[in-house]
Unconditional design. Sequence first.
Length: 313
Amino acid sequence: MQRRYLIMVMDDIAQINIVKDTSFALLLEGQRRGYELLYLNQSDLFLEGSRAGGMLRPLRVRDDLSGWFELGDPFARTFGPLDLIMMRADPPVDSDYLHATYLLEQAEAGGALVVNRPRALRDFNEKLAIARFPEWIPATLVSASHARLREFISSHGQAVLKPLDGMGGRGIFLARRDDPNLNSMLEALTGGEQRPAMVQEFLPEISAGDKRILVIGGVPVEYVLARIPGKEDFRGNLARGGRGEGRALSEADRAIAEDLAPVLLQNGILLAGLDVIGDRLTEINVTSPTCVRELDGQFGLNLAGRLFDAVDP
């Protein structure tokens, strides 16, 4: 069913970088296909009885750095069968984010189509979901215990420490067994052993890039964006100074993506970003996967169009 409205739940549209922003690519494609665009932030969602809705603003977009959007006057309404809702608010996946998924689940009950599915946004924690696919992941430990985390780092010589709810490389540390700052890192990540953190073996293949593999409608994209660390950082994230280099999907990349794709689709995840270093899966991004505009630009693709084709086959 072709729905009439594209409702984009996202962060402040005035602050995005349209050259790299996947949500903006989706808005451009939705507008091109004749959807009426409506915009709101996560905090604008509401529930009246059993009906979910939002404080919405009409939106027009254009691919122009001098001015890329126009917003109309806000109005309130509940969601229904004519609505395609894209949940693109960035992490952290905190209590506010989780509450938003419950409201969007009620929007589904009212007939709206929500991409990605709200239940999947809760069930597929972007760090922890890799445990569903143990054959593809590096050595990994999740714990709040400093002793256990320290033992893991010691056994591997060096390892990567991550919070479980972040994005864009924020709060990620490269730790060595003899690092004098290790205790401070562990305290910062676990809140003094009050919350779990993830530690993974360091993969030297990161020097060749942290590869983003997009899976759209259960089909892996034929190119990846390898995010290569800059000279002053071990992280490949583009937000941390990494350089994006497009490459063809390798056989190892394809094997991982094709193994995960049916599981993602079965759970209502129509757009996912798999992070792969070498031949190891390190994260599964489902909240607001990026790299669509970079791959479109390098290879003449229309990946947003593929998502809309999957939504309205």
